[in-house]
Design a protein around this ligand. Structure first.
Ligand code: ZN
Length: 468
C-alpha cells in the first residue's frame, strides 16, 4: 500500500503531463487547421489598402497553363470587374499583378476623393488572349475607367509571353533588336493609320505622327495573333474619342521579314516542294486562273463546273469586289480553291507611287482577311504590269500566266477552248476572268478537253513548284 501511495502521485503527475501534452498537440493541430482555413478564405477575399471587399476566383482556361483570375467588387459604391491572366511563371504573374494593383488603387483613391459628390464610378479590365504558334500568348488588358461625370478613359496594356520558357516578349525581341526593322514597322503603322477610313477625320495630326515615330516605346503595346501583329493606342491618344481606342493590325505576311525567326510564318515561297510527284513524267498539270471577281453569278457557275471535274483552280480577287461579295469569296475557299490578291481596284501598278502600290496590296489583304479569315497566297498585278520595285513590295509570290485566253476581248464561249488548245503545254497557267458570262459558258468544254488529255487541274501555288 505505501508503495502504491508512493507511485500514485507519480503516475498522476505523468498522466497529467501526458494529457497536457496531448491537448497541446491537438490544440496546435486544430489551430493550425483553422489557420489554414483562414488563409484560404482570406485568399478568396481580396483585401487592399482601402479595404474594399471583393470576390476573387481563379479558373483554368482553354489555353494550357493559363489561368484566368476574376476580381469583382462587393462594394456597390466602388464597382469594378477585373479579369487577368496568371501562369506558372512568377515574374510574369507579378508583372500582371503590379498593373492590376496599381489600376485598382488609382481607381479607389480617385473614388474616395469623389465620395462627397456621390459620383458613380466604375473600373473594368477585360482580357483578350491570342495564342500564337506552340507556346506564345499575347494578353491584351483593356481598361475602362469611369470616374463619374464625363471622364471615361480607355487604355490598353499588353503582355506577351513564351509560356514554355517564361520569357516575356517585348517589341525589341520581336523585331530582332534592329533599328531598321523598327523604322520599317513604324512606316507600316503610320500608313495603316493614314489609310484607315474609320480614322480618317478623327486623327490628331501631330499626336499620331509622334506616336508612329520609330521609337521602341511607341510600339510597346502589341499582340501577335494568328494572322496579324496588332498595335494598341489609348482612347484620345492619337484620335478623337468618337473612334474609341484605335488598333492597327498589320498582316503577318506583310511584316514577316522583320520578325525574329521564331515568330516568322511559313511563306508560300519557302514551302517545301512535293518530291514524290515531281519526277513523274506521266502527270501533266495545268493551273486555271480566274481574275477580277468575285462575281455573285459567274463565279458560282464556274465553281459548279470545277466541282464537276474535281478540278482545283485559283481566283485572283479584287479587294473592292470582295467587299461586296465576301460570301462568294468564302465559297471559293470552302470549295478548296486558292485565293490570290489582284489589287483593290485594278490600277496599272507601274504608274503608281510605291506607297499607292503597297496600299493596293494591303487594303485587299485586309478585306480578304475580313472575308475569309486568311491572306491571299499569291499576287497578280493587273494587266501583268509590274517591275522589280513593285515585286519587292509584295510579300507573297507574284504570278503572271503562260496562256492568255483573251476571254475579256472576244467574250465568246466558243472561242475559249481554241485559245487554250493553240497554246497548250505542261505546267501552264491559264488566264481567264470570272466576270464574263461567256467564260463560264465556255469552261465546261475546256475542262472536258484537258481531262481527256490527261491533265490534272491544280492551284497556282502547286504548279509553281514544277515551274523552274
Ligand atoms: Zn485583272
Amino acid at each position: 500500500m505505501p508503495e502504491r501511495r508512493k507511485r500514485g502521485p507519480m503516475i498522476d503527475f505523468l498522466l497529467i503531463g501526458l494529457i497536457l501534452t496531448l491537448t497541446t498537440i491537438i490544440l496546435v493541430i486544430i489551430l493550425s487547421k483553422d489557420d489554414f482555413k483562414f488563409q484560404k478564405i482570406s485568399a478568396s477575399k481580396e483585401t487592399n489598402s482601402d479595404s474594399i471587399s471583393s470576390n476573387l476566383s481563379t479558373e483554368s482556361s482553354a489555353f494550357p497553363g493559363i489561368r484566368i483570375v476574376t476580381d469583382v467588387s462587393n462594394d456597390t459604391l466602388t464597382p469594378f470587374a477585373i479579369h487577368y491572366p496568371q501562369t506558372d511563371n512568377e515574374a510574369f504573374n507579378n508583372a500582371v499583378l503590379q498593373y492590376i494593383t496599381d489600376s485598382k488603387e488609382n481607381y479607389l483613391t480617385s473614388m474616395k476623393k469623389n465620395k462627397d459628390k456621390e459620383a458613380m464610378g466604375e473600373l473594368n479590365i477585360s482580357l483578350e488572349t491570342f495564342p500564337y504558334q506552340k507556346h506564345y500568348y499575347s494578353f491584351v488588358l483593356t481598361k475602362t475607367l469611369y470616374l463619374g461625370g464625363a471622364n471615361q478613359e480607355v487604355s490598353t496594356k499588353t503582355f506577351v509571353i513564351n509560356n514554355e520558357t517564361g520569357e516575356q516578349i517585348n517589341i525589341k525581341t520581336l523585331l530582332q533588336n534592329d533599328e531598321n526593322n523598327l523604322s520599317t514597322l513604324a512606316a507600316h503603322v503610320r500608313k495603316d493609320l493614314q489609310q484607315n477610313l474609320q480614322l480618317k477625320d478623327a486623327l490628331f495630326n501631330d499626336e499620331f505622327l509622334k506616336a508612329a515615330e520609330p521609337k521602341w516605346s511607341n510600339f510597346s503595346r502589341f499582340a501577335i495573333a494568328d494572322d496579324s501583329l496588332q498595335f494598341y493606342f489609348d482612347e484620345y491618344e492619337i484620335a478623337s474619342g468618337t473612334v474609341g481606342a484605335p488598333i492597327v493590325k498589320l498582316p503577318l505576311s506583310l511584316i514577316n521579314p522583320l520578325l525574329a525567326s521564331d515568330f516568322q510564318i511559313a511563306m508560300e515561297t519557302i514551302k517545301p516542294t512535293i518530291p514524290a510527284a515531281k519526277g513523274d513524267p506521266n502527270v501533266r498539270r495545268i493551273a486555271l486562273t480566274f481574275d477580277d471577281g468575285p462575281h455573285p453569278k459567274v463565279t458560282e457557275q464556274i465553281l459548279n463546273i470545277l466541282d464537276k471535274y474535281h478540278a482545283k483552280a485559283t481566283f485572283f480577287m479584287l479587294g473592292s469586289r470582295v467587299q461586296y461579295y465576301p460570301d462568294v469569296a468564302r465559297d471559293v475557299l470552302a470549295r478548296g480553291h486558292e485565293i490570290g490578291n489582284h489589287t483593290w481596284n485594278h490600277p496599272v501598278l507601274t504608274k503608281l507611287t510605291q506607297e499607292q502600290v503597297v496600299n493596293q496590296y494591303t487594303s485587299t489583304a485586309k478585306e480578304l482577311e475580313k472575308a475569309i479569315n486568311q491572306n491571299a497566297t499569291v499576287f497578280r498585278p493587273p494587266y501583268g504590269a509590274t517591275n522589280d520595285a513593285i515585286n519587292a513590295e509584295i510579300p507573297i509570290p507574284v504570278v503572271l500566266w503562260t496562256i492568255d485566253t483573251l476571254d475579256w476581248k472576244h467574250r465568246n464561249a466558243q472561242q475559249l477552248l481554241p485559245h487554250v488548245q493553240n497554246n497548250l503545254h505542261n505546267n501552264a497557267i491559264v488566264l481567264m476572268h470570272d466576270i464574263h458570262q461567256s467564260t463560264a459558258d465556255g469552261l465546261d468544254a475546256v475542262l472536258a478537253y484537258l481531262q481527256g488529255q490527261g491533265y490534272e487541274f491544280v492551284t497556282v501555288s502547286e504548279i509553281l513548284q514544277y515551274r523552274q
